[in-house]
Design a protein around this ligand. Structure first.
Ligand SMILES: [Zn+2]
Length: 334
C-alpha cells in the first residue's frame, strides 16, 4: 500500500508541475481578442448560428432552407417558410432552456477552455457575475460536454498505465472521511513512436480488480496495443482485451523514480496541481468522472490553445442537452 501513496491525488497537496514547457508558453486567445469577437449578444448569436448551421438554416423538420427570423423575447427564432416550424437558436444545444445571455455562456466557455489548470465554480461565479448554483451548473454542463467528447476516443499503440486515487484521507478537512470519498481511477497515456505523450485517459473504476481492469481495457484501449504497467497483478487482465502486457517489476524502486513511467507520472503531477489549485473539496464519488474528463479534454488539445474555445463551442452546440436533475445526480461510471 505504501507504494501507492504517491499516486493519491489529494487536493490539499501541492505538487510540482513537471513541465511541458513548449506548450506552457504557447499564447492563448487574449481576453481583448475574445471580447472583440464575442463581446455582444449579436456576435454570440452569429457564432452559434454559424456552428449550428454552417451552410445556413436547415429546418430540423422538413430540411427546408427558406425561413424568416422572429424574436421570442431576447431569443432568436427561425421559422421555416415551408412547414412553419419554429426552431430556437439554442434548442437542442447545451444552452437549451437557459435564461442567461449567450455572452455569459461564451465567456464561461472562454474562461474554462483557457484556464490551463482548470477553474473552480467559485472563480467562475466571480468572473461571470452569476450566483454560485448557476456557475456550478454552467461548469458541470460544460465539463459533461468535454466528457462526452472524450468518450469518442480510445488509446492505441504504446500505453503507460498506473493505478491512482482521487481524494485522500484529509479531503474535506475531516479525519476519517477520506476512505468514503476516495475514487480509484486508471491513469493511462498513449505515446508516440518518439516516446512523447499523445493522449490521456483518466477513468474511474470500481477498484483494482482483474474484472474492473478488463472492462476498462475493453472500453478504453484499442486491441493490439501494448500496455506498460508496474507489477500490480490486475493489469495483466488487459490481455483479455487483445492487448499485450509489459509489466515492470519494481524491485524496491518507486514508479516515480523510473523512466519507464515518466509520462504517466507527469500527467498525475499536473492533475494534482490542477486539482489542488483550482477545485475545493467536491464530491469525488459523484463527479470524479467529469473532473477527470475535463482535465483530459484540455490535455489532449494542449497543442491548440487558440482554438480551444471554438472547439468547446462546437462540442456544446452538438451536445445532447441534459436537464439539471441529470447533471446533479450523475454517478461515477467505470
Ligand atoms: Zn420546415
Amino acid at each position: 500500500m505504501s507504494l501507492l501513496r504517491h499516486k493519491v491525488i489529494a487536493i490539499h497537496h501541492t505538487g510540482a508541475i513537471m513541465g511541458i514547457n513548449r506548450i506552457q508558453f504557447q499564447p492563448g486567445l487574449s481576453m481583448p481578442e475574445f471580447l472583440k469577437g464575442y463581446g455582444t449578444e449579436a456576435q454570440c448569436e452569429q457564432a452559434l448560428e454559424a456552428v449550428r448551421w454552417p451552410q445556413g438554416f436547415h429546418c430540423p423538420r422538413c430540411a427546408g432552407t427558406a425561413h424568416s427570423v422572429l424574436r421570442d423575447g431576447a431569443r432568436k427564432v427561425f421559422q421555416c417558410t415551408a412547414c412553419r416550424h419554429q426552431a430556437s437558436l439554442i434548442a437542442g444545444t447545451v444552452f437549451q432552456g437557459t435564461k442567461l445571455p449567450l455572452t455569459t455562456w461564451f465567456l464561461a466557455i472562454y474562461l474554462i477552455s483557457q484556464a490551463k489548470t482548470g477553474l473552480s465554480a467559485m472563480a467562475l461565479r466571480r468572473q461571470l457575475g452569476v450566483s454560485y448554483p448557476t456557475a456550478w451548473l454552467i461548469q458541470h454542463k460544460l465539463m459533461q460536454v468535454m466528457a462526452d467528447r472524450e468518450e469518442r476516443y480510445v488509446l492505441e499503440g504504446s500505453v503507460q498505465v498506473d493505478d491512482a486515487y482521487l481524494g485522500g484521507e484529509r479531503t474535506g478537512g475531516k479525519v476519517g472521511r477520506g476512505s468514503e470519498n476516495k475514487v480509484p481511477f486508471v491513469a493511462a497515456v498513449s505515446l508516440t513512436e518518439e516516446n512523447r505523450p499523445l493522449r490521456v485517459r483518466l477513468t474511474p473504476v470500481s477498484g483494482f480488480t482483474s474484472e474492473a481492469v478488463l472492462a476498462w481495457a475493453k472500453g478504453n484501449v484499442a486491441p493490439g496495443s501494448t500496455v506498460f504497467s508496474d507489477g500490480l497483478a490486475c493489469f495483466g487482465a488487459v490481455a483479455g482485451a487483445g492487448c499485450a502486457h509489459r509489466p515492470t517489476i519494481m524491485a524496491g524502486r518507486k514508479p516515480k523514480d523510473m523512466p519507464e513511467f515518466k509520462w504517466i507520472n507527469t500527467v498525475l503531477g499536473n492533475l494534482k496541481t490542477s486539482l489542488s489549485g483550482c477545485y475545493h473539496a467536491f464530491d469525488f464519488q459523484k463527479y470524479a468522472m467529469r473532473y477527470l474528463a475535463a482535465f483530459c479534454y484540455r490535455f489532449n488539445r494542449r497543442f491548440d490553445l487558440r482554438t480551444l474555445h471554438q472547439r468547446l463551442l462546437v462540442a456544446a452546440v452538438t451536445a445532447i442537452p441534459r436537464p439539471q436533475r441529470l447533471i446533479r445526480v450523475a454517478d461515477v461510471c467505470c
